[in-house]
Every structure is written in structure tokens, then in C-alpha cells.
Write a protein that binds this ligand. Structure first.
Ligand code: HEC
Ligand code: HEC
Length: 346
């Protein structure tokens, strides 16, 4: 029987009967297979001893290249008792279920360890930015290193991310950025700030705790919006009564609650009775469920507001695109403490 588990950072994964993930391993094998004939052809002209090379390379690639680099899967825990029991995902910070990241706290860390590459206003133009190259560490260079041979490959330039780039930032879910900061990004100059870098990434100049990573992540995040946008989102969310069908009008806060926790709005009780998880304060529509919201990309939230789903009304046509983006940025502030970053006036 196949079972399914939900993780915050990845699509649904299917496990086979023995519990081995069915997806990534196989696709990895496939890529090794397509690589083999090419290597064979080159090696055949060499000595007999070298014929084993492809096999060794393949094993090295499988061992190194197919290692999962993602360690942020939310492990299920069980809370409550009897029928009230439910499975919840691991909180942002283990042992601190109520941890709320703060952009203001993150600023000091950012300016101390990130600004040298990303720039103190997050444009990706720090003093070290221009000279960065990729670490050039991969199964092939590692393989030759075993024999003491250092391959000096091309030095590929690696440019720090510009956090004002809304096209990139709107496709990023916080969990993915958390992983990038904690493990580094393989084959780029983005180093790891957790204890252990991912394969192919380098260790950063400092080691940060999970709390510090969340804080600095959301400080970087604030460069992609403005205080004016957040204020505009707040105004619509809290006080603009809009058509929701059936001749009724409501504000966002009427259902989602003024604090985004699904409580205290005129229609919150009704939602609590009809939507799974709403009463327990978890799942879709509960913006204080940080573990859940951290898996959502801004583009996904945009689509939910524009097209609706279930009891969530569709606002395409009622709100324009800028208004929906302002709501996306505002809704996010229910999971972290917003503060304007350097270079932006409230
Ligand atoms: C040595 C230079 C360097 C330092 C220091 C550095 N970064 Fe980076 N960072 C990079 C580079 C280069 C990239 C682009 C990686 C790529 O090409 O995908 C990057 C990418 C990122 C990304 C991914 C953005 C995206 O759109 O996918 C995030 C998030 C990030 N950095 C955050 C940080 C934070 C937070 C710090 C400080 C704790 C930091 N970086 C320190 C060089 C650096
Ligand atoms: C009639 C009640 C109601 C109103 C009014 C309402 N919502 Fe919702 N909203 C919901 C429900 C219920 C869900 C959960 C839908 C589901 O099951 O996926 C939801 C889901 C969402 C989601 C998706 C969350 C996720 O991670 O999947 C977003 C974003 C959202 N609402 C934002 C808004 C905004 C912004 C407004 C105001 C413009 C608004 N909602 C107005 C009931 C409402």
C-alpha cells in the first residue's frame, strides 16, 4: 500500500511499500544512465584498467549527487488526546512552537554577515559581490581529488541575489529561503549559515541558530515590499467591505479575523464550523499558522485571493493586481514582525 506524507517545503511525496521514496532516486538513476554511454565511448580508447572508471564515477555520483540536501521536512507530531488528536507539522523552530520571526531583530545579523555580498540595502551589490565565483565542487572534482588531482575548472561568476527583484521573491516560499540560508546553495557562492553545508556548497563565515536564520530571512524579505504597500494591504484587509457572492459583503477580517488567526471576525464562527482546522487554528486561511504559511509562495497566495477556493471568495475583477499583491504582503506579516528595512521610510 502506498502512503503519502505532506511536507511544508515539497510537493506530496509517495512512498512505496518498503517506505523508500519513489520519486527522486529513480530520476537520479535515469540521469546517470543517460550519462553512461557517453563516458563509455571516451573510456574505451584508454587502457583496460580504466574501463572500470564509469562504474566508479556512477557509484560516486549516486553516493554524492543523489544525497537529499533538503532536511527541512516538517515531521509529524501528535497533539491532543482521543478524538481531538491531530497531526501538526514541526514548528519553525523545534521546541519553540510559538516563535515569531522579527525583521527588526534580523537587521543587525544581516548587516554583520550578509551585507558584504547582498549590500546593506539588499540590492546584491555588497563590496564582495563583484568577485564571487562558484566553489567548483562536484562528484567529478571530488573523484579526482581522491587521487590528489585538483581540477582547475572554469571560475564561474556567482552573483548575490537582489532582494528587490519581485519576480524572484514572489516565487520564493520562506521554507526554501530558510533551507538556502541554513545549508547554502550548492554550486554558487551562497554559503551555509547552519553547522553543515549541503553537498557542493561552502560553509559561511558565521553559524546562526534557526531563530537567527528566520529573523534574518524576514529582514531580507522586507526589501521586496514597502511600508506603503503593507499599509495599503492592511487598509483593504481590515476595512474594505467587498462583494462575496449571495448578495453579501464582507471584509477579509470578517472571516480571517483582525489578527489573521481566524477568530473574532463577524463570520469567523461560521468558517470555524465549516472549514477543517479553522477552529484549531491550523491550515489554509489561518495566517498565524506559521509552519503552514511558510510553505506558501507569494504567487500561490495571489492566486487564492484572485480565484478563491471553497468558501474563500474570488476577488479577480473586484480588486486590481496591485491591491492583491498588497494583500499578499500584508497577510504575510501575520507570521513575522514587519519593520521597514534600511533605505525605506515608513
Ligand atoms: C559570500 C557571499 C554571500 C554571503 C556572505 C551571503 N550570501 Fe546569500 N547569496 C549569495 C549568492 C552568490 C547568491 C545567489 C545564489 C544563486 O545563484 O542562486 C545568494 C542567494 C541568497 C538567497 C536566495 C535568494 C533567491 O531568490 O533564491 C538568499 C535568501 C540569501 N542569499 C540570503 C542570505 C543571507 C540571509 C545571508 C546572511 C546570513 C547571506 N545570504 C549571505 C552570496 C552570499
Ligand atoms: C467568507 C469568508 C472569507 C472572506 C470574506 C475571505 N476569505 Fe480568504 N479564505 C477563506 C477560507 C475559508 C479559506 C480557506 C480555503 C481553503 O480551504 O483552501 C481562505 C483562504 C485564503 C487564502 C489562502 C491561504 C492558503 O495558504 O491557502 C488567502 C491568501 C486568503 N484567504 C486571503 C483573503 C483575503 C486577502 C481576503 C479579503 C480580500 C479574504 N481572504 C476574504 C474565507 C474567506
Amino acid at each position: 500500500m502506498a502512503t503519502t506524507d505532506l511536507s511544508p517545503s515539497q510537493p506530496v511525496r509517495v512512498h512505496d511499500a518498503r517506505g523508500a521514496p519513489a520519486g527522486p532516486g529513480r530520476s537520479c538513476l535515469r540521469s546517470v544512465e543517460s550519462f553512461l554511454p557517453l563516458t563509455m565511448g571516451t573510456v574505451r580508447s584508454l587502457t583496460i584498467a580504466l574501463r572500470v572508471l564509469p562504474a566508479i564515477v556512477a557509484v560516486a555520483m549516486l553516493a554524492a549527487g543523489c544525497q537529499p540536501t533538503v532536511r527541512v521536512r516538517g515531521e509529524a507530531a501528535t497533539v491532543g488526546a482521543g478524538l481531538g488528536q491531530q497531526r501538526v507539522l514541526r514548528p519553525l523552530v523545534e521546541g519553540a512552537p510559538a516563535f515569531k520571526p522579527s525583521a527588526a531583530r534580523g537587521q543587525a545579523t544581516f548587516e554583520r554577515v550578509c551585507a558584504v555580498c547582498h549590500g546593506d540595502q539588499g540590492y546584491g551589490d555588497g563590496p564582495a559581490a563583484a568577485g564571487l565565483t562558484s566553489p567548483h565542487k562536484n562528484p567529478l572534482t571530488d573523484f579526482f581529488a581522491l587521487w590528489g588531482i585538483r581540477i582547475r575548472g572554469e571560475k564561474i561568476p556567482s552573483r548575490p541575489a537582489n532582494f528587490h527583484n519581485q519576480i524572484a521573491m514572489r516565487l520564493n516560499a520562506p521554507w526554501v529561503l530558510f533551507e538556502t540560508i541554513k545549508l547554502g546553495r550548492p554550486h554558487t557562492a551562497m554559503p551555509a549559515f547552519g553547522r553543515k553545508p549541503a553537498y557542493g556548497a561552502i560553509k559561511g563565515p558565521a553559524t546562526l541558530t534557526d531563530e537567527q536564520i528566520w529573523d534574518v530571512l524576514f529582514y531580507a524579505w522586507t526589501f521586496s515590499t514597502t511600508p506603503q504597500t503593507i499599509a495599503r494591504g492592511r487598509e483593504i484587509y481590515q476595512s474594505r467591505a467587498l462583494e462575496i457572492g449571495g448578495g453579501r459583503t464582507a471584509t477579509c477580517a470578517d472571516c480571517h479575523g483582525p489578527a489573521g488567526d481566524g477568530r473574532g471576525g463577524r463570520l469567523s464562527e461560521e468558517m470555524g464550523a465549516r472549514v477543517w482546522g479553522w477552529r484549531e487554528g491550523v491550515g489554509a486561511g489561518i495566517f498565524t499558522d506559521a509552519t503552514f504559511l511558510a510553505a506558501r509562495k507569494p504567487t500561490e497566495l495571489f492566486q487564492r485571493i484572485a480565484d478563491g477556493r471553497g468558501l474563500m471568495p474570488a476577488y479577480r475583477g473586484t480588486l486590481d493586481e496591485d491591491e492583491i499583491w498588497a494583500l499578499v504582503d500584508y497577510v504575510r506579516t501575520f507570521m513575522y514582525e514587519y519593520a521597514p528595512p534600511r533605505g525605506q521610510q515608513p
